[in-house]
Design a protein around this ligand. Structure first.
Ligand SMILES: Cc1cc2nc3c(=O)[nH]c(=O)nc-3n(C[C@H](O)[C@H](O)[C@H](O)COP(=O)(O)OP(=O)(O)OC[C@H]3O[C@@H](n4cnc5c(N)ncnc54)[C@H](O)[C@@H]3O)c2cc1C
Length: 379
């Protein structure tokens, strides 16, 4: 067994650290407070080649492996969980879906601009009545000549208001059950697709989340991704990649909670000594550091399995489940370590705690991850 990252992966971490110190840390508080999508930051991420790390060079990416992308998301989320997530869903789900299932033309037309960071991807699956229960979806795609006509309402679409390339899941044959859903690539500006309600959120505020409404939205047949009826399978493959990304995002949040807790507990003096000398505080930090190590190993292992070409659904779910719950648990502790100062605006731990909560919910709740894991180990 080799627990070391390659030189390239270590370099990516270092470069991303320098990038976040220069470009992300200075705006992280502002984009959270104003719920702003930082267009200028995404231009810089694109210039730096961060928007398509695991995509082959011929399709606009850097041609690295998936683990390298995961290392970058971990480091990015340490500075800003929203930005880390946006990169994660764009690369891990949107880019990977076209890379794995797209035709040559789709890769040239849709993947290359996304991997170069010129276009932002969005994954459009959840509906008001269909969250964990994906099969309860009602959006339909009816074949009409050489087109499909989409009708329905999707919700909680990340990058909904800011995206360019939407991956939309709809029934082409509801009666066929799990083989009846298909996936479509819908470019921004397609008549019949509109951004609906734009949600205000507890955390992850600079990531934009909205409804997406489809009214007689006509999609040419060449925008069908993969085979008709393979939508659900592709969505689940997307989740394997995306969940590994959320695990990296949670690991980054956890790392930031530890960094802040160590720094503050050494500075804050009560009863004549730094609070880090109190065993109650030191043990919270010990537990945080231990869970961080476990979180990173689980996450990087899931990405390594993907890079080995092995099935990694179970590993991705385990990594997401553990890291997201650890991030939530320990960001609460990090606020506790900061006392009243952790509860007021401006303390990073306050933002970390709000951002951590969503990692237990999206791309499958913790309960959904337990369903995947138990389904694998009990079979
Ligand atoms: C900020 C944000 C961003 C998101 N981004 C995207 C996106 O980009 N694309 C997208 O398609 N979706 C996105 N989602 C949707 C997200 O994936 C869903 O919210 C999530 O899957 C849960 O669905 P739900 O909210 O409908 O909850 P429900 O499915 O209604 O679940 C409610 C509760 O019941 C539990 N539950 C449900 N069924 C079971 C069961 N069988 N056994 C045990 N417990 C169960 C759940 O775990 C949860 O605790 C996003 C959501 C948010 C909030």
């Amino acid at each position: 067994m080799d627990f070391k990252l390659t030189e390239e992966q270590e370099l990516i971490r270092k470069n991303m650290r320098e990038f976040t110190e220069k470009h992300v840390d200075p705006i992280a508080v502002e984009i959270d407070e104003t719920s702003r999508h930082p267009e200028e930051l995404f231009k810089k991420l694109a210039e730096g080649g961060w928007m398509g790390i695991p995509v082959p060079v011929e399709y606009g990416g850097s041609g690295s492996d998936y683990l390298t992308h995961i290392v970058a998301v971990d480091e990015l989320a340490r500075s800003c969980a929203s930005t880390g997530f946006t990169v994660s869903i764009h690369v891990g789900i949107a880019c990977m879906l076209v890379l794995l299932f797209g035709t040559e033309d789709q890769k040239k037309k849709f993947l290359a601009p996304m991997a170069r960071g010129e276009k932002l991807g969005a994954f459009v699956l959840t509906e008001p009545g269909a969250g964990t229960d994906v099969m309860a979806a009602t959006t339909t795609a009816v074949k009409d000549g050489n087109d499909y006509v989409l009708n329905g309402t999707k919700t909680f679409t990340s990058n909904g208001p800011t995206g360019d390339t939407y991956f939309v899941f709809a029934w082409t044959d509801k009666a066929a059950g799990r083989k009846g859903m298909s996936a479509f690539i819908v470019p921004r500006g397609t008549p019949g697709m509109e951004v609906g309600t734009h949600f205000k959120k507890m955390g992850l505020r600079s990531s934009q989340t909205s409804e997406m409404v489809f009214r007689n939205c006509r999609i040419p047949q060449e925008n069908l991704l993969g085979k008709e009826g393979a939508g659900l399978l592709m969505a689940m493959t997307g989740f394997d990649h995306g969940r590994t990304g959320i695990a990296a995002q949670s690991t980054g949040i956890l790392q930031a909670a530890l960094d802040e807790s160590i720094r503050y507990s050494k500075e804050r003096v009560q009863f004549g000594q730094p609070i880090s000398r109190q065993q109650a505080i030191a043990w919270m930090i010990a537990d945080m550091a231990t869970d961080l190590q476990a979180a990173r190993f689980l996450t990087y292992h899931a990405a390594w399995m993907k890079d080995q070409g092995k099935p990694f659904s179970k590993e991705a779910s385990m990594a997401k489940l553990f890291t997201s719950e650890a991030a939530m648990r320990h960001t609460i502790k990090a606020v506790q370590i900061h006392g009243g100062y952790g509860y007021v605006k401006g303390a990073k731990v306050e933002r970390l705690m709000r951002d951590a909560k969503i990692t237990e919910i999206y791309e499958g709740t913790s309960e959904a991850q337990r369903m995947v894991i138990s389904g694998n180990v009990l079979r």
